[in-house]
Write a new protein. Structure first.
Length: 197
């Protein structure tokens, strides 16, 4: 198979991400569930907009690519609610590793290797680029839930500390966004969307 045929096969495969639905609701569209492709697009653009708040230098092109590909594995593995049990997240991580190898292997070798490495870098979140990408992936659902009167948090018995823990990358990487998260979570508790603990 030549490079173009492989690239087109990959492009056709990632169309399936539009059929993977998340818990986050799209307020602008009668509160239907958001799909993972929409999420990936929105966080990629959000990273570009919020880059000035990063306290460490980040390569926004690498960050954007990470965000565009980070959920591609959900084509095979499906989406998992951020606050599901840790055992489910461990199983999910294994499924996603297998999915990443399969899906990225559709590309020509050089692109496959690069994409898989970026996906793994995002998952490990050990570099500044990956931590910034991960922080944007985590802050966007908070922004969406706050705009939607608690959105996917409501009725789940979630606590402020649970949501705060998912956003800790911001604490050192972007103090201004970390302050924003804390302010928003205090409001969420006042409104009864989260438990204050």
């Amino acid at each position: 198979m030549n490079d173009l045929a492989q690239q087109l096969a990959f492009i056709q495969e990632i169309d399936k991400l539009k059929a993977v639905y998340r818990r986050t609701m799209v307020k602008a569209d009668k509160n239907r569930r958001e799909n993972s492709a929409e999420h990936s697009w929105q966080i990629a653009l959000s990273a570009q907009v919020l880059q000035p708040y990063a306290q460490k230098p980040v390569d926004i092109q690498r960050v954007t690519t990470m965000l565009l590909i980070h959920d591609i594995v959900e084509i095979d593995a499906g989406d998992l609610f951020a606050f599901d049990e840790s055992s489910l997240h461990e199983e999910q991580a294994e499924k996603e590793q297998v999915a990443a190898k399969r899906i990225f292997s559709l590309l020509p070798q050089s692109q496959s290797t690069k994409m898989l490495a970026l996906w793994q870098e995002f998952e490990l979140a050990e570099t500044d680029d990956a931590c910034f990408a991960k922080s944007i992936d985590r802050i966007l659902p908070l922004i969406q839930n706050m705009a939607n009167h608690g959105g996917s948090w409501v009725g789940k018995g979630l606590t402020k500390s649970q949501v705060l823990a998912r956003n800790t990358y911001l604490q050192t990487l972007s103090p201004k966004l970390w302050d924003y998260v804390n302010q928003q979570l205090s409001i969420a508790c006042e409104k009864g969307w989260l438990q204050d603990s």
